[in-house]
Design a protein around this ligand. Structure first.
Ligand code: 5GP
Length: 180
C-alpha cells in the first residue's frame, strides 16, 4: 500500500518496514553492547511505542526487564497548559539502569517530563531509546543516545503511531500529504 486515507488526511508511505527493522536492529546491537551486565529495565511508553518495543525487545539479548508506562493528559494549572502525568510505574527504580522506549521525540517536552518524573525515583542512570527524532523541532537539550531514525518535520503515522487513534496498525511509516 503506497498511500492510505485516515479521516480527512492522505498519507504516502515514507519508510518501509524493512528499513525500519534494519535501524531497530542497529539500535538493539548498540544497547546489547553498551548495557551488558547492567540488567536494564526498559520502560516502554504506550501507546505509540508498542510496535517499536516489540521489535526492539526481540533483538535484545542481554538479561533485562520490560515494563510499560502511560502518559495521562489532564488540564493542569501550569504555564504550559496541558500537564502529563506518568502512570503505571510499579517497579522499584532505585539503583536501576532505565531505558525509556519512546515512539518519537518531537519538541522533547514529553521526554523531559518523563526524565524529571523517573529521576525522582532514584535510578542509577536513564537512557533514551526512540524510534524517531525530529531534530528541527527539538526545543530542549536531551541526550538521545539511541535513535533509530531522524526525520523531517512532517506528521507521520503507522508502525504504532496514530492520527486521531487510527493508523497504528500499519507496518510501514506514512507521511501526511499536505494538500495546497
Ligand atoms: P513532544 O513532547 O516531543 O513534542 O511530542 C512527543 C509526542 O508527540 C510523541 O510521543 C507522539 O505521541 C506525538 N507526536 C509527535 N510527532 C508526531 C508525528 O509526526 N506523528 C504522530 N502520530 N505523533 C507525533
Amino acid at each position: 500500500m503506497d498511500s492510505i486515507q485516515i479521516k480527512d488526511k492522505k498519507f504516502t508511505v515514507s519508510i518501509k518496514e524493512e528499513d525500519i527493522l534494519k535501524e531497530v536492529s542497529r539500535v538493539a546491537d548498540e544497547i546489547n553492547r553498551d548495557l551488558a551486565g547492567k540488567n536494564p529495565l526498559f520502560l516502554s511508553v504506550l501507546n505509540g511505542s508498542f510496535m517499536f518495543t516489540a521489535d526492539l525487545m526481540k533483538r535484545i539479548t542481554i538479561p533485562c526487564e520490560i515494563s510499560f508506562v502511560k502518559l495521562a493528559s489532564y488540564q493542569g494549572v501550569s504555564s504550559t497548559g496541558a500537564v502529563k502525568e506518568v502512570i503505571g510505574i510499579n517497579e522499584d527504580l532505585s539503583g536501576r539502569t532505565i531505558v525509556i522506549v519512546e515512539d518519537i521525540v518531537d519538541t522533547g517536552l514529553t521526554m523531559q517530563r518523563l526524565l524529571e518524573t523517573l529521576g525522582t525515583r532514584g535510578p542509577k542512570e536513564i537512557h533514551i531509546a526512540t524510534l524517531l527524532v525530529k531534530p528541527e523541532k527539538l526545543k530542549v537539550d536531551l541526550n538521545i543516545e539511541y535513535a533509530a531514525m531522524r526525520i523531517p518535520n512532517d506528521f507521520i503515522v503507522g508502525y504504532g503511531l496514530d492520527y486521531d487513534g487510527f493508523g497504528r496498525n500499519y507496518k510501514d511509516i506514512y507521511t501526511v500529504v499536505n494538500e495546497e
